[in-house]
Design a protein around this ligand. Sequence first.
Ligand code: GLC
Ligand code: CA
Length: 567
Amino acid sequence: MTTVRPVLVPDPAVQQADADWWRRAVIYQVYVRSFADGNGDGIGDLTGLRSRLPYLADLGVDALWLNPWYPSPMADGGYDVADYRDIDPAFGTLTEAEALISEAHDLGLRMVIDLVPNHTSDRHAWFQEALRAGPGSAARGRYIFRDGRGADGAQPPNNWRSVFGGPAWTRVVEDDGRPGQWYLHLFAPEQPDVNWDNPEVREEFESILRFWFDRGIDGVRIDVAHSLVKAPGLPDVGTADLEVSGSAANTGHPHWDRDEVHEIYRSWRRVADAYDHGPVFVAEAWTGSPERLARYVREDELHTAFNFDYLTCPWRPDHLRRVIDASLDVLGGVGAPATWVLSNHDVVRHLSRFARPQPDHPLRTLADLSPEENPADVDLGTRRARAAALLMLALPGGAYVYQGEELGLWEVEDLPEDMLQDPIWERSEHTDRGRDGCRVPLPWSGCTTPFGYSPEDTATEPWLPQPEEWKSLTAQAQQGDAQSMLALYRRALRIRRAHSGLRGAGMTWYSSPESQVLSFGRPPGFRCVVNFAEAPVALPEESRVLLSSGPLTDGLLPTDTAVWLAE
Ligand code: GLC
Ligand code: CA
């Protein structure tokens, strides 16, 4: 594999000493399957990731978050876990995972893993046992099995819908060959929900946390953290909420964001706090409001939560400012830092979201963008993505960088239908292409696919095809180019570490709420200005440009451009 340029190694001793690292960390999300393939089977793996650690240290991020790496039938990209204490053979072995953790630590990179507590795989030993053990057994009591409605039990126990489409219940065939009970799955049928009222389930997940904390893991991202507890009696969802997928429109929803879920996280916090290295939690919780989100990060609960209002916010100054203010206000109220994120493995890459006219509503899926009427303008998207990176990295709190955004990758919107793997494609009866377009393997080097993603002489194609145009976006092609997206991220992350203004928790707006310009300061001596207006704007006097997302025109800041200033 081709190697990257000389490494800048942060001093691990200094980093480890900082117990508050998570309050302002930049965490790089690694979608392992698509990051780097070390053994040439077309699937990203731990060997590939280990070989690219110097690239990540050099980029200047503080930690890595890895999507699930456990043994899995991969019905949902590994979010269907068959064994929480091992590594999927396609990715590597537990021994390699341990080597990865220690190599990352040597480079000053902390390691966050993904835990999936709402559901297991249907191949998990517990679920297999539950199927065999039959109705009323202790083994079924670890999941949510119910008899169906109607005289012959042929109707699902309630009206809950799967997030991926269709009913949230599947009927099993009992040992005698007859149709029997139903089990709940808020996601795919291969992802049965576990029963969090069962103390054995609670003990098992705390033991899994300890398993990984004992191996030096620094943090855990909690998958669908807001769904674990279900209302007693499993009542139907009201009509207002049936339309909403993934979060609650109202409080009192029977399975999203129930108050009782917080007791679980108080208990998890006690598990983490018993470790000297202070492991941290980040919640994936889609809630109806910032206030509901803040409840997850109260002092004795989780440390941080993803900011999905920011993730789905259109590129518009009024919307962005509102989300920034609400986040800082509400999270500050419980003493938690804000986090900011532009892309992840579940939404359309932000370059492509911003590459079109910006509506009033949140943007998440391709359908939200009406791609047929509004094809992507990649130059516009790139320009805005550069400005968006500087805006995000200038805000107080932590930030997430999704692999490939530092290369300026776009959503691959035209993957051949027969290659789509996301269960959403099938479950939506081919009306929603799903999330594969942001999961395409990274381009590292060279002029032809697989662009250094797999070793040079590999015959096997990457698991999803890469666009040919990505040859100009490989990490190698951007190395020496001062104008590249990669160079912008590197410089921004270096300044972010070095500038004392970027370390504090506060910010002050200098622009008015109605303005087409976002301008704010971070004392001492730092200012960020982003221009959303058509016309270029003047920069404040007596300021010096530290970094700019695009060229200034006659000293003015053009449209869709951001600048970092020292004052
Ligand atoms: C989370 C994950 C997503 C997965 C789902 C079910 O939303 O981010 O990728 O499909 O949970 O586990
Ligand atoms: Ca591989």
